[in-house]
Design a binder for this molecule. Structure first.
Ligand code: ADP
Ligand code: MG
Length: 373
């Protein structure tokens, strides 16, 4: 937003002024083909972006170019309108947290946190005062004078987080910061990181290869594949409206039924299945498509007991797994493929088990359809 004041030129307001971070057509080749291949996205101030993708897909390389540890071959990176690519890392006002905490072993927690401030020329006294504040934010004040080796992995990561936020960076980058922690600690740190980043109003780019972690933490998710962003959106967008088989596969479990679009139906080797209305308008007749069936969209019932609503197939239960809050049924359909059905536990247990004949049904209006190679 531009603020006009009488008799003066328009002044650009400092915050909430369009995107804070703009990554524009950034590429990097280490010599073995593009590690990052024309990546573009924009983030608003205070947003939490997660980069999610398999190992080697270019997430860290992107992050390191934003931080200034790597120089892009081409493209531009702007933070609040300022071009970053020619600035050294310490001039970028970006905080960074890595998986290995990279704390100085010979310094106490509070000295570690004060360090970036002292490097920036702050007096030791002021730096220590601010470091104590940052440790309070990550709830580690009681351990301020402990050395890293006296702290648990989770506590060390809190120190690293305090050190990254102590100079109030405009942008916080985190590269798999929870990768070294066990599952329970990871989950509590996920919530902590989310709370702290909202509390300080930081714009965050967070890297993980863990889909659940991405769902827990993010406002936006960028799905990486082979150096490119395959899809960018909210977790709901990506889960319910995946753009490709790759995204659907990465964002949770599903059965993918492949076929060809024929007269508004999905023609597989053995069947013609109904598709959501409008599919024929999105794809050309004859296109190869994948229909994404999520386990929670698929219901099963003993054979021939259910009125034939939606799409319905016959099959035989192959396996049942009890998952605590739900049951998961694996069904071999007579059409020759397997589908999974997840049924919440509060539903009366059907008593169905391996070998039983069942009807498998879903509502074709609610399935996602993606192009398939
Ligand atoms: P991710 O973080 O998604 O696991 P990276 O960004 O680390 O992926 O790596 C992307 C690709 O770039 C990989 O093929 C990796 O081997 C390569 N790569 C990363 N860093 C370097 C480097 N310093 N030198 C050469 N190749 C690299
Ligand atoms: Mg990485």
């Amino acid at each position: 937003m531009q603020i006009k004041t009488a008799g003066s030129r328009p002044v650009t307001g400092p915050a909430n002024d369009g995107p804070t971070l703009i990554v524009d057509a950034v590429s990097k080749d280490f010599g073995a083909g593009n590690a990052v291949d024309g990546v573009s996205f924009a983030l608003e101030k205070g947003q939490f972006l997660t980069m999610l993708g398999p190992s080697g897909s270019g997430k860290s390389t992107t992050l390191n170019m934003i931080a200034g540890f790597l120089e892009p071959d081409s493209g531009s990176i702007r933070l609040r309108g300022r071009e970053l690519t020619s600035l050294s890392p310490e001039k970028r006002n970006i905080g960074m947290v890595f998986q290995n905490y990279s704390l100085f072993p010979h310094m106490t927690a509070v000295r570690n946190v004060a360090f970036p401030l002292e490097v920036r020329g702050m007096t030791k006294k002021t730096a220590l005062a601010k470091a104590h504040e940052a440790l309070e934010l990550v709830e580690l004040s009681p351990r301020a004078t402990s050395y890293p080796r006296q702290l648990s992995g989770g506590q060390q990561q809190r120190v690293a987080l305090a050190r990254a936020i102590v100079f109030q960076p405009e942008l916080l980058l985190m590269d798999e910061p929870l990768g070294a922690l066990d599952k329970r600690l990871r989950e509590s740190m996920q919530i902590e990181i989310k709370r702290i980043s909202k509390e300080i109003g930081a714009t965050v780019v967070f890297v993980t290869h863990d889909q659940e972690e991405a769902l827990t933490m993010s406002d936006q998710i960028a799905i990486y594949n082979n150096g490119r962003i395959e899809q960018f959106g909210t977790s709901q967008d990506l889960y319910e409206r995946p753009a490709s088989v790759f995204v659907a596969d990465f964002m949770g479990e599903s059965t993918i039924l492949r076929g060809v679009l024929e007269h508004g139906m999905l023609r597989t080797d053995t069947l013609a299945l109904m598709l959501p209305a409008g599919t024929a308008a999105r794809f050309r007749e004859g296109s190869s498509l994948g229909m994404i069936l999520r386990p929670e969209q698929v219901s099963i019932s003993p054979a021939h007991t259910q009125g034939q609503r939606g799409s319905c197939l016959s099959g035989t239960i192959k396996d049942v797994i009890y998952l605590g809050t739900s049951y998961r049924y694996y069904v071999d359909t007579d059409a020759g493929f397997e589908v999974e059905s997840r049924v919440p536990r509060q539903h009366e247990h059907s008593g169905l088990g391996p070998g039983d004949r069942v009807d498998v049904a879903w509502s074709p209006e609610h399935v996602a359809v993606v192009p398939s190679e």
